[in-house]
Every structure is written in C-alpha cells, then in structure tokens.
Design a binder for this molecule. Structure first.
Ligand SMILES: Nc1ncnc2c1ncn2[C@@H]1O[C@H](COP(=O)(O)OP(=O)(O)OP(=O)(O)O)[C@@H](O)[C@H]1O
Ligand SMILES: [Mg+2]
Length: 261
C-alpha cells in the first residue's frame, strides 16, 4: 500500500506545488512508483508535470463526483515511474457540490482504494485554503509535509492549520501525523532566512520533525514549470534539484527506519 502524503499549508505560494512535483519526480528517479494527485483547481502541478490541463479527458473532479473510477483518470508523465491525476478549473465547483453529499469529508479517501496498491507514494498537492478539498486531503492522507516559506509571515496561520489537522484527527477519527516541516525559498545567507529558521525550530522543534534538507530559492525551480518538466529532470545539476533529490533521500531513509521498527 502506498504512503499517502499531503503537501499542506493554506498559505499561498509557499512551495507546495514545487515540492509535490519535484519530490515525487525525485523519488521516481530513485526507483519508487509515485502518483501525484493535483487537488488544486489552479492545476499548477498538472501543468508543471507537462500535462495540458484543459485537454485532458478525466480529472480529479470527475473522480470526486463519481463519474469515473480513479484508475481511469491516471495519466503517465515523462518521468518513468511517475503518474498523475490532473486537475483544472472545473474542480472549483467541487467544494459546493461535494458539501451536499453524505460523508463528503471522505470522498477522496474512498476513491483512492483502487489505486493505492500500485504505488509506493501518493502525493496530494493541496490548494491554499482550509476548505472541503483540503479536509478531503487530510482524511485521505497517512502523513503530512508542511512547506514553510522563509519569510517574515512564515508562521502566520499555522495555529489554524494545526487546529484543522487536530480536528480531522479527533472528530473524523482520521489521524495524519506530520512527517516533516520543510523550509522552502530559504536563503541561509540572509539574516531574515536564519531568523525564520530559528522561529520555526522554536515553534516545532520539540514536537515535530524538521527536515534537515532545506530548499533554497533557485530560479531553475521557478523556470522548470514553463517547460512542462520537474526541475529534477529539466536541470538536474541546479541547486534546487539537488535539494529535492536530497529531500527524497531523507524520505527514503525514513522508510528504512520504519521497516526496522
Ligand atoms: N525554491 C524556490 N525557488 C524559486 N522559486 C520558487 C521556489 N519554490 C517555489 N517557487 C516559485 O514560487 C511560486 C509559488 O510556488 P508554488 O506554486 O510551488 O507554491 P504553492 O504553495 O503551491 O502556491 P499555491 O498556494 O498558489 O498553490 C511559483 O512561481 C514557483 O515557481
Ligand atoms: Mg500550489
């Protein structure tokens, strides 16, 4: 069974999609079978993995509304071992439609039964809100990665995010532990970067794992999506790619530890 990991932070632009695309591609390059599910109506992960979001037949929207089984919406990407389920703006209607269904929190979770066996990892690229799509991601997930952008407002909204995770655990009886906190857009040379890192350590240090890999601000990471490729295949020598490959290594090491338990 796959480990289902939600890349979560309701703050916009903190590197969720960049992480979903590049971490999944890095793990696929290291021999894992990986699926990315684009849960954001913006469809950025879809475009970033080279899929024409408005030309695809089936999207995650058709899956959530019950029109097609999840297996049928899976498309291959250019990266061997990496598949995805695309999304586009049609998904923006899902929040309201799903809210009318009984058990709407668990629609994604239930739809995943048919695909989970075929993968080592399934990454959910979560939209920047705490709405119904995000709650569906939390219910479906086995664990969570929280990317935090190294900027002045980095921890604003974090209490709400942690509360949402907590509520899904207690009220919906669906715990998803935090696998790690990931510092993104990080520049260790600046005072601000170092200060934010210290704050994040103080906030989470005692309770949660902070990945030892940090993701630098790197223009290749921002360029790669316009070529429809993950940065790790677009320019594998770039600093950004090397960071995501290192992060993939860290995730694989966690695997080994869990196997030895
Ligand atoms: N480490 C980085 N270095 C340089 N640019 C980056 C980096 N990470 C992300 N970006 C760029 O910053 C912007 C926001 O990143 P991204 O789309 O990954 O964030 P997001 O959290 O998914 O945003 P949203 O909340 O809108 O879904 C994008 O233009 C992306 O290319
Ligand atoms: Mg995004």
């Amino acid at each position: 069974m796959a480990e289902i990991i939600a890349i979560l932070n309701q703050k916009g632009g903190c590197g969720k999609t960049t992480t979903a695309v590049n971490l999944s591609a890095a793990l696929a390059l290291m021999g894992r079978k990986v699926l990315v599910i684009d849960m954001d109506p913006q469809g950025n992960a879809t475009t970033g993995l080279g899929i024409q979001k408005n030309a695809v037949e089936d999207t995650i929207y058709s899956v959530l509304t019950g029109d097609v089984p999840m297996q049928n919406a899976v498309v291959n990407t250019e990266v061997p071992g990496l598949d995805m389920i695309p999304s586009n703006i049609s998904l923006s209607g899902a929040e309201i439609e799903l809210s009318k269904e009984v058990g709407y929190h668990a629609i994604l979770d239930m739809a995943m039964d048919g695909v989970s066996q075929g993968y080592d990892y399934i990454f959910l690229d979560v939209p920047p809100s705490l709405g119904i799509l995000t709650i569906n991601c939390l219910v479906a997930a086995n664990s969570i990665i929280i990317p935090i952008q190294a900027e002045f407002y980095a921890l604003e909204g974090m209490a709400d995010l942690l509360e949402a995770i907590q509520l899904v655990e207690t009220r919906l009886n669906s715990p998803a532990p935090i696998k790690g906190i990931l510092l993104t857009l990080y520049d260790a040379r600046t005072r601000l970067g170092r200060d934010v890192y210290e704050n994040v350590k103080q906030y989470f240090g005692e309770t949660e794992h902070i990945f030892s890999t940090t993701i630098p601000r790197n223009v290749k990471l921002a360029e790669a999506p316009s070529h429809g490729k993950p940065c790790v295949t677009y320019d594998e020598e770039s600093k950004g790619s090397r960071a995501y490959l290192e992060l993939a290594g860290e995730i694989i090491n966690m695997e080994d530890r869990e196997d030895n338990k």
